[in-house]
Design a binder for this molecule. Structure first.
Ligand SMILES: Cc1cc2nc3c(=O)[nH]c(=O)nc-3n(C[C@H](O)[C@H](O)[C@H](O)COP(=O)(O)OP(=O)(O)OC[C@H]3O[C@@H](n4cnc5c(N)ncnc54)[C@H](O)[C@@H]3O)c2cc1C
Length: 452
């Protein structure tokens, strides 16, 4: 590869704050709101024009599709997001659980409202591109936007970019698997005859989680096998058999949808899986977007041909970006394991709990039993770089732990924990590596989080 040298230049300081949160997905929203509520100045930077991350940018609505009568959860901001979405008409009954599916579009407004009310300073259309590090301490970031290159200085930084961009830029250690989880172009359809479609699902197909063991080759622990799941794979198997659908080697078809509206929308088709894509490689992302859109058009053609009620279906919209499930995992002072999430891990430095819900790496467990695990503060604390915390799907853990903590509800738990910890470390004037965890836990409990 050829290189050029960038010319050194003076960069204006746009802001100097107590806490900077980079990335406005489930973890970044929670981190910034929790932090601002602790009374420190908080700036939230996001590269796109809306907050919400995978919810509003990819179109994922199943925030708590795991929820059943016995499910035990942390509460806190994750419940607040869902309650506000419902109150403003931004959700609908989720078909497979006790929860509400978020309306991915309305969630943009929900997120705006929550950060405004918490007193978080928002900055959209602003991409973090450099970390400012002195003696292994993170001092801020450099951003690119329509305003050019701007610096933002902060006493503490929380990396909620999903990909661990800030940690990587700062030189903190991370891992990235050779064979990453598939990426998905999520889409929404309109023009469906909802009654005919529902009859097909309820009376003909009767899909269950047990079906995930087929094409998706998922292992369950048995208790979920007969439970209903809005899962469509048969039409794609039939279309491939009939020669209607030509399958590229790196794409699998078939998957779930979220809601069926009275107006004839069927939302959040999570039914195209593209392998071999690294979400931190710009050329891979480009290929996935273009290949993904073509696959979506093919998918809709299959649905029109094989699924009753879809004869006149049309594309309502693509998600505004490809959905990336996995990229970097930071190396924290504790690396969560499959053993922790499958065997109710308990930690003295817990910052919150998450039900025993595992969805990924070939395993599906639905939390119908009341079992749950705790998340240690050390898993969001990167090695070697101080005053940096990481929350969301890129915290420290192996692939099986990732299959649990990547879920949005858990990203909110780690975000809220990081936000409160950053605020307390500022208030007490101690680095994030030395924050008083008992104080963090007390503050989280005041914010209605179940810590143990
Ligand atoms: C296709 C798909 C389906 C899924 N289905 C479900 C589901 O049904 N239920 C569930 O609970 N979870 C689901 N997940 C997982 C879940 O959505 C994600 O793991 C979760 O959203 C991660 O949250 P996060 O806050 O870590 O990151 P994200 O939600 O990815 O948010 C990161 C934010 O940071 C911004 N950002 C990134 N880099 C920069 C930068 N350098 N500078 C500024 N901003 C930046 C992004 O634009 C984004 O807004 C799914 C994921 C995918 C991809």
């Amino acid at each position: 590869m050829k290189f050029v040298h960038e010319v050194a230049r003076k960069v204006p300081v746009f802001a100097d704050v107590d806490v900077l949160v980079v990335g406005g997905g489930p973890s970044g929203l929670a981190a910034s709101i929790a932090c601002a509520r602790e009374g420190v100045s908080t700036l939230l930077v996001e590269r796109y024009g809306c907050f919400g991350g995978v919810i509003s940018q990819v179109g994922i609505e199943g925030f708590a599709w795991y929820r059943h009568d016995q499910t035990v959860e942390a509460g806190g901001l994750s419940f607040e997001f869902q309650d506000l979405a419902k109150a403003v008409g931004g959700s609908a009954k989720e078909p497979q659980s006790n929860s509400e599916a978020l309306d991915a579009e309305m969630f943009k407004y929900v997120a705006d409202k929550m950060i405004r009310e918490a007193g978080v300073r928002p900055l959209l259309h602003c991409f973090a591109v450099e970390a400012i590090v002195e003696n292994n301490v993170l001092k801020g970031i450099i951003t690119e936007s329509k305003s050019g290159r701007l610096a933002i200085l902060a006493k503490r930084v929380i990396d909620c970019t999903g990909d661990g961009d800030i940690a990587a830029l700062a030189g903190a250690p991370f891992t990235k698997r050779e064979k990453l989880s598939c990426v998905t172009p999520v889409f929404h359809c309109r023009g469906i005859d909802g009654k005919r479609f529902q009859k097909y699902i309820d009376q003909d197909l009767k899909p269950t989680y047990g079906d995930w063991k087929g094409d998706w080759a998922m292992t369950t622990n048995g208790k979920e096998d007969d439970m209903f799941s809005p899962y469509l794979v048969k039409p794609f198997i039939d279309a491939i058999r009939d020669g209607m659908l030509k399958k590229a080697a790196n794409i699998d078809y078939g998957g779930s949808y979220s809601t069926v509206s009275p107006e004839g929308d069927v939302t959040q088709f999570n039914a195209v899986f593209i392998s071999g894509i690294d979400g931190t490689n710009v050329e891979d992302l480009t290929n996935a977007e273009i290949q993904g859109r073509e696959a979506v058009v093919n998918t809709i053609a299959v649905l029109r041909e094989y699924v009753p009620g879809f004869e006149n279906a049309r594309l309502r919209n693509f998600g505004m970006t490809i959905g990336v499930r996995e990229s970097r995992q930071i190396e924290g002072y504790y690396r969560m394991t499959g053993e922790d999430v499958m065997n109710q891990g308990r930690f003295e430095d817990s910052i919150g709990i998450f039900p025993e819900f595992i969805d990924g790496n070939g395993v599906l467990w639905i939390p119908t039993t009341g079992r749950y695990f705790q998340i240690p503060y050390r898993a969001i604390l990167p090695q070697t770089i101080d005053n940096l915390l990481v929350a969301g799907r890129c915290i420290s853990g192996d692939i099986m732990a990732h299959s649990a903590f990547r879920n949005m509800g858990c990203c909110v738990v780690t975000g809220q924990g990081a936000g409160v910890a950053a605020a307390i470390s500022v208030r007490d004037d101690v680095p994030t590596s030395e924050v008083n965890i008992a104080k963090v836990q007390e503050a989280l409990e005041r914010q209605n989080v179940r810590v143990f």
